[in-house]
Design a protein around this ligand. Structure first.
Ligand code: ARG
Length: 480
């Protein structure tokens, strides 16, 4: 039969059968649902993303009903095999979802089940409510996505480490207040972002523990009245434990909010990285050049090469923060237990996951497409008195109190600015005129190499420390 014919036939069947196929409540209602309200109430347009996990949860629930003696083995087998067929069709026929109109993914699967096996399909919802069902679906869905985001974070960390190792001797200026401060290794800059993403990865792995708890068996709010072995349902679905309170289990969305909060931190870190890359690839800085593959031009100005990819990541951070706020606000006034407001959790959660995944992967691509202008970065790191602190430290080694040393060097910087030169271009006499403690060896301490080398405590930018940090980072990636 032609596909569209099949679609019309199914649509007719659904129309012919009673309302319970598309509306999950029948008996109490005499009147028809207002079409505008039905549309407003509908979440199937977006919660169809839960289709696969909804079926996984239903198969486990079916087995729970069988163990509880509610369904015979034969019935459970028939339901399970029909659910598997529905799953396969959903995975291979995109139009399968649009052939019938249902409120949400749960009513869709049930309607398809009844269409295939009749009344037996209507028994699956025994001892279950959409309230514990949707909470279970969301947790299954988010658990998988968290695993994916964990690997994406790891991938971006690896890219940062790769470019750090490949450019281990490149020096760039470090900034505070966006004013040149002290020279640092480019690798040290890369590893700063590596650390942020390492914490992000820990955070999502930790949040996963609180996601991985089974709500199914809480039913609508008070718990199920059937002797379903919740522990074995939990095992079948890979949950670590079962929820301890049914009221909480059906109305808790902390796990979504906690994830959205971890996601906001990821986006905040990516946005800062994006901002650095945007600045460093501008002609004012000129340390990075973005390859053509990840830059865009201007429709008007022929000379432009714009860092859109990073600007989008920076912009999308706002969108994820927005989702966090939506979720917090949506939950704050809800009385126990389930309320329909909570249907609003899905689009926020889905878009958060999509945005974080896309941003992590595009950031890794951009990082691989940066070429460094070592000469330009080196020049910036050696101009602008980035070695002034070394000079103060030199005086401190001669037992001048730091405050006084700071004051002296400050005056020297002012003098050098007036002369239009760097500190290491002052003559020995000029040095002496500022402090009798300056000897000829002062010039050594002012070199870029010496400036970097003194930052040799753990966590500093000295070359050996950064080499160790890169080796540790490599080990860390191999372990986790
Ligand atoms: N689509 C609903 C949601 O996402 C499923 C739960 C509906 N429960 C109910 N009692 N109406 O929240």
């Amino acid at each position: 039969m032609h596909l569209s014919q099949a679609a019309t036939r199914i649509a007719k069947q659904i129309k012919m059968s009673d309302k319970a196929e598309t509306n999950l409540w029948g008996g109490r209602f005499k009147g028809e649902t207002d079409p505008g309200f039905a549309e407003f109430n509908r979440s199937f347009g977006f919660d169809r993303r839960l289709f696969e996990v909804d079926i996984r949860g239903s198969i486990a629930h079916c087995d729970g009903l069988r163990s509880a003696g509610v369904l015979t083995s034969g019935e459970a087998e028939q339901i399970t095999s029909a659910l598997n067929t529905i799953l396969k069709r959903g995975q291979s026929e995109p139009q399968y979802f649009d052939e019938i109109q249902t409120e949400d993914v749960h009513s869709f699967v049930e309607a398809r089940l009844v269409e295939m096996i009749g009344d037996l399909g209507r028994t699956l919802h025994t001892g279950r409510s959409r309230n514990d069902q949707v909470a279970t679906d969301l947790r299954l869905w988010l658990r998988d996505k968290i695993d994916g985001i964990g690997s994406a974070l790891r991938g971006t960390q690896e890219t940062l480490l790769d470019i750090a190792e490949a450019n281990s001797d490149v020096v760039i200026p470090g900034y505070t207040h966006l004013q040149r401060a002290q020279p640092i290794l480019f690798a040290h800059w890369c590893l700063a972002y590596f650390e942020m993403l390492a914490r992000d990865r820990e955070r999502v792995i930790d949040a996963r523990k609180r996601v991985n708890v089974l709500p199914l068996g809480s039913a609508a709010l008070a718990g199920t009245s059937y002797p379903i072995d919740r522990e074995s349902v939990a095992r079948a679905l890979g949950f670590d434990s079962v929820s301890r309170n049914s009221l909480d289990a059906v109305s808790d969305r902390d796990f979504c909010i906690e994830f959205a909060s971890a996601a906001s931190l990821i986006m905040m870190h990516l946005s800062r990285l994006a901002e650095d890359i945007i600045l460093y690839s501008s002609s004012e800085f000129g340390f990075f050049e973005l390859s053509d593959a990840i830059a865009t031009g201007s429709s008007l100005m022929p000379q432009k090469k714009n860092p859109d990819a990073m600007e989008l990541v920076r912009g999308k951070a706002g969108r994820v923060y927005g989702h966090l706020h939506s979720l917090l606000t949506m939950m704050k006034g809800l009385p126990l237990a389930y309320n329909k407001d909570m249907q609003e959790d899905k689009e926020a959660l889905f878009d958060t996951v999509d945005t974080v995944n896309a941003s992590l992967s595009i950031t890794a691509i951009v990082l691989r497409n940066i070429s460094l202008n070592d000469a330009r970065a080196h020049e910036a790191a050696t101009r602008g008195y980035l070695n002034a602190t070394e000079l103060a430290d030199y005086l401190v080694r001669k037992r001048v109190p730091f405050r006084q040393a700071h004051e002296t060097v400050g005056r020297m910087v002012r003098h050098a600015i007036e002369r239009g030169c760097e500190l290491n271009h002052l003559t020995q006499d000029e040095f002496k005129s500022f402090s009798p403690f300056f000897d000829a060896d002062v010039f050594k301490t002012l070199s870029l190499e010496a400036t970097l080398a003194t930052k040799s405590q753990k966590g500093g930018t000295a070359a050996e420390r950064v080499a160790e940090a890169m080796a540790d980072a490599r080990k860390n990636l191999q372990r986790t």
